[in-house]
Design a protein around this ligand. Structure first.
Ligand SMILES: [Zn+2]
Length: 236
């Protein structure tokens, strides 16, 4: 094998790791974003539940007030019974009183039904709120784990890059720049082994015997016609 290529082998090994870790890191932010979106949705669910409950509570309050007014009206109607002078007035007033009593009774029914609804809504709200809070705390935990994982991977890349500097220093500059150009272009693989059957392990192209012979001689850098990577041949 060409000596220059020998110095690229450990570099390719470390670059492969760096690219793999980079792609793992790239996957993390969208995951975090997704979790944060879910947390916002969950919080909205909680406030929607509270609003629903408050709406019912307001309805209940309004009915109570309406009933209070009706009771006042009933009281004053009943007080007027003693002041009327004619039978006709009396029976008209009686009719009005009965009507008001009916109204109060139906308001009472409505209020009782609303109270039941309020109880059920309160229970449902509390239950769901607890469920949602639990879901949120699970989501926050996952988010924290992802952030920790991201930090860990970034540290790992940092130390790999330090190691890489020493390894890269051993590679002739011209070869290094060719290698790095291919590395970026091919997403982490610039150096590909050729199998004993003459196949490029980067793109699985069968190389012409002439190319394999040249590789075995190891006199010059040979690129794969299929994927453009730098080829090397090593005995298996
Ligand atoms: Zn290839």
């Amino acid at each position: 094998m060409l000596d220059e290529l020998k110095s690229l082998l450990p570099l390719q090994e470390i670059d492969k790791q760096i690219f793999e870790i980079k792609s793992l890191i790239d996957e993390i932010p969208p995951k975090i974003e997704n979790i944060e979106k879910l947390i916002v949705e969950k919080r909205n669910e909680i406030s929607a539940l509270s609003k629903e409950y408050e709406k019912l509570a307001l309805q209940h309050k309004e009915k109570e007030m309406e009933m209070g007014k009706c009771e006042d009206t009933l009281n004053s109607l009943q007080a007027r019974l003693y002041q009327v002078k004619t039978n006709k007035e009396y029976s008209a007033l009686q009719e009005e009183i009965e009507g008001m009593k009916l109204k109060i009774s139906s308001l009472e029914d409505e209020i009782l039904a609303l109270l039941d609804e309020l109880d059920a809504a309160r229970e449902k709200k509390e239950q769901l709120r607890m469920d949602i809070e639990r879901e949120i705390s699970d989501l926050e935990k996952s988010r924290g784990e992802l952030i920790a994982e991201q930090e860990r991977l970034e540290k790992e890349i940092g130390s790999l890059k330090e190691k890489r500097q020493d390894i890269a220093a051993a590679v002739p500059q011209d070869i290094l720049s060719i290698y790095e150009r291919i590395l970026e272009h091919r997403g982490g693989t610039a150096l590909c082994k050729v199998t004993s059957k003459g196949v490029c392990t980067g793109c699985y192209l069968s190389l012409p015997p002439q190319v394999v012979n040249e590789l075995m001689l190891g006199n010059k850098i040979i690129y794969c016609e299929g994927c453009g990577s730098i080829l090397y041949y090593a005995e298996e």
